[in-house]
Design a protein. Structure first.
Length: 292
């Protein structure tokens, strides 16, 4: 799998470097396609790594397909598990048993074009940050108000966009939050080797459709929200050794979210942090603590 991925990156790099020299608009269109493309995750990889209580499946229409998920627990406030780009709801499954034991109902779902859910408006194997944000709003409207939310990676950015639209969880947990997409574009450029002309063309296409990329930077979004209204309590957890999202983004976020609690771990990376018993306990305690 790793070898295949490496071969794909090298092949794309060759195309991007050629496009930079002779056809920048073509390179920009290709980058636009790659940026929103999702890699399929095999069913065996998506199997839960913990023993889960019995769940109740549900479906929510999401044009043109359907969002699928499970509700665990029979009573209590609702806590939503929100995965990131290329993830799935039960990637956060380690949080389910202790939250149910603590008296919560837990909602885990797959965003459009992820996991068991159908394709969204972008078509199969494609999505956008705004679609992930809208999916959360649709599920909350169907299942009920969110006492809490645990969001991983790009899921954290999706929650910040949903909050701009008025969705307000009672308590919020961000784990390994993806906060700055210009940094992600820098990583794409380093991996694929395209130059300034392809990059500029891609950013023009992105801006025409969504607005400036830096407007989605989570710290800026949160700072704007904090200037207009009181924000719910935030626990932000990030690993110093995360190679996919930078812990500095979470540190910056903690400075603009009033009253935020920021916890840094070591040696857990971007995904193992979701299964770490210490992190799970920290999150459950955050939800069960009495209001300040």
């Amino acid at each position: 799998m790793a070898a295949k991925k490496s071969t794909t990156v090298r092949s794309l790099a060759t195309v991007f470097q050629l496009a930079e020299r002779v056809a920048p608009p073509l390179g920009a269109r290709l980058l636009h396609r790659v940026w929103f493309q999702l890699r399929p995750v095999p069913v065996e990889v998506r199997r839960p790594r913990v023993e889960l209580p019995a769940g109740t499946p549900f479906e929510v229409p999401f044009e043109p397909g359907v969002i699928r998920g499970q509700v665990y627990g029979t009573d209590g406030p609702l806590v939503y598990l929100v995965h990131g780009w290329g993830g799935w709801g039960l990637q956060l499954g380690a949080f389910v048993p202790p939250l149910v034991d603590a008296g919560f109902r837990v909602v885990a779902y797959d965003a459009p074009s992820h996991g068991e859910s159908g394709p969204g408006r972008e078509g199969p194997s494609r999505s956008t940050l705004l679609e992930l944000a809208e999916a959360f709003q649709v599920v909350v409207a169907d299942r009920g108000p969110a006492y809490g939310v645990v969001a991983h990676s790009l899921g954290a950015a999706a929650i910040s966009q949903a909050m701009k639209q008025g969705v307000e969880p009672g308590r919020t947990v961000f784990v390994a939050a993806a906060t700055d997409f210009v940094v992600t574009l820098d990583a794409f450029q380093a991996a694929f080797g395209f130059g300034p002309r392809v990059r500029a063309g891609f950013l023009r296409r992105f801006t025409r459709r969504f607005g400036p990329m830096d407007a989605f930077e989570v710290t800026s979004v949160v700072a704007g929200l904090a200037a207009r209204r009181e924000l719910p309590p935030l626990l932000a957890v990030h690993d110093r050794d995360d190679r996919e999202t930078d812990a500095d983004g979470t540190l910056r976020l903690g400075k603009v979210w009033p009253g935020a609690s920021v916890e840094l771990t070591e040696g857990l990376g971007h995904r193992r942090i979701l299964r770490d018993p210490g992190v799970v306990e920290l999150v459950v305690n955050f939800f069960t603590a009495s209001p300040a």
